[in-house]
Ligand binder design. Structure first.
Ligand SMILES: O=C[C@H](O)COP(=O)(O)O
Ligand SMILES: CC(=O)C(=O)O
Length: 214
């Protein structure tokens, strides 16, 4: 039987980059999803940092069913039910206190919990999580950290996010324990505000052209 971890591993391999987006106007979300998917980025993380985030998740889930929407910045157990009801396909956290992790373990959808240290990664592994967010990646050791943990933590894979851009993404994607990276550079707030989806499409196409090393 396919587990939530299997499903999450498959999502993490769909595209080399997961755009991390904070939405101020849910009406823009469908154009945004079309721009990203049109360029080949089918996984989109919408952060729960604005009141419009749940509406944006729900709008994309209904109008663009091929998009794999992650709900990011899930900080409280009460948000788990909300994002599942909105149609999110998986959950992302920036960091993961054990109490939250215990609730996330029971979620109806897969979870990519955030960690920034080896001990946090080990705690999450002991709770059954194998695909983790490494956040904030650049500030916490970057690609060198991920390379160092391959030996001691061979079962774990990571989606590094935080301080990554088009230029630095290849150094992460070249690692065997990194199926994808996350970042905000693909959908800048200014482009979203101005409805400049052509620019977002171009940035997404560049990101999509990045390749995982075989
Ligand atoms: O909000 C932070 C995101 O998770 C990563 O942001 P960034 O790609 O701009 O560093
Ligand atoms: C950092 C991130 O991806 C989050 O806020 O969930």
């Amino acid at each position: 039987m396919k587990t939530k971890t299997d499903t999450l591993r498959a999502y993490a391999r769909l595209a080399p980059v997961i755009p991390v987006v904070t939405i101020d106007d849910a009406r823009a979300s469908i154009d945004l999803a079309h721009a990203l998917l049109g360029a080949g980025l089918s996984v989109i993380e919408i952060t729960l940092r604005t009141p419009q985030a749940l509406d944006a998740i729900s709008a994309i889930a209904k109008a663009v069913p091929d998009a794999v929407i992650a709900a990011g910045t899930v900080l409280h157990e009460s948000q788990i039910r909300e994002v599942v009801d909105a149609g999110a396909k998986f959950i992302v956290t920036p960091g993961t206190p054990v109490r939250l992790a215990e609730h996330l373990r029971e979620a109806a959808i897969p979870v990519m919990p955030g960690c920034a240290t080896v001990s946090e990664a080990m705690t999450l592994a002991s709770l059954g999580f194998e695909v983790l967010k490494f956040f904030p990646a650049a500030a916490s050791g970057g690609a060198a950290w991920l390379k160092s943990v391959q030996g001691p933590l061979p079962k774990l894979s990571f989606c590094p996010t935080g301080g990554i851009d088009l230029a630095s993404a290849p150094s992460y994607l070249s690692l065997a324990n990194v199926p994808c990276v996350g970042g905000t550079w693909i959908a800048p707030q200014e482009a979203l505000k101005n409805g400049d989806f052509a620019r977002i499409g171009r940035l997404a196409a560049e990101a999509s052209a990045l390749r995982k090393a075989a």
